[in-house]
Design a protein around this ligand. Structure first.
Ligand code: HEC
Length: 140
């Protein structure tokens, strides 16, 4: 006859255990959420590699990996106040050549900054379209 009571008790235990569990889930979900948001930003704005620096130096002699990294930082800090950041691979290089000078006026940045941003965006965009072309030709 105690069974009913016991079952009740265990039900409430179950609920309170669950709510404890949810508290942990919240502790767990928040960091995971933040990491995935930050991770997706990093995906949109890819890090340049030495291979990219090599490609950039063909167009702008003397360009270093450091210049591209700086360009990325400037892009993130100066170009995200009015709209979210576009991925460099979202537009072909020719489009970036047109857009960046237009946005220079909006972002109120100097020649040095705009050159670094343009180098970064153009290099990353070209590298992506080259690797895509390679993949296509590899496939055939
Ligand atoms: C003061 C606000 C502002 C800042 C800062 C700004 N933009 Fe924009 N951007 C806009 C607005 C408004 C539009 C949409 C209207 C348009 O395309 O003219 C836009 C559109 C764009 C587009 C889409 C254009 C297209 O052809 O589809 C790109 C790419 C872009 N911005 C890149 C940049 C870059 C790179 C920078 C940093 C150098 C930057 N933006 C800084 C306001 C800004």
């Amino acid at each position: 006859m105690n069974t009913k009571k016991w079952k009740h008790g265990s039900f409430f235990h179950f609920i309170s255990d669950m709510s404890k569990c949810f508290r942990h889930i919240k502790e767990f979900i928040l960091p995971v959420f933040l990491i995935s948001v930050l991770g997706s930003c990093a995906g949109t704005v890819p890090q340049p590699s030495p291979r990219h620096a090599e490609a950039a130096a063909k167009q702008w002699p003397g360009t270093t990996l450091q210049d591209l990294v700086r360009g990325r930082e400037l892009y993130v800090s100066h170009c995200s106040s009015c709209h979210s950041l576009y991925s460099p691979t979202e537009y072909p290089a020719e489009h970036w050549r047109k857009i960046v000078p237009e946005m220079k006026v909006r972002a109120k940045i100097g020649e040095d900054e705009v050159l670094n941003i343009a180098r970064y965006l153009i290099t990353m965009s070209e590298a992506d379209s080259i690797s895509r072309r390679r993949k296509i030709s590899d496939g055939s």
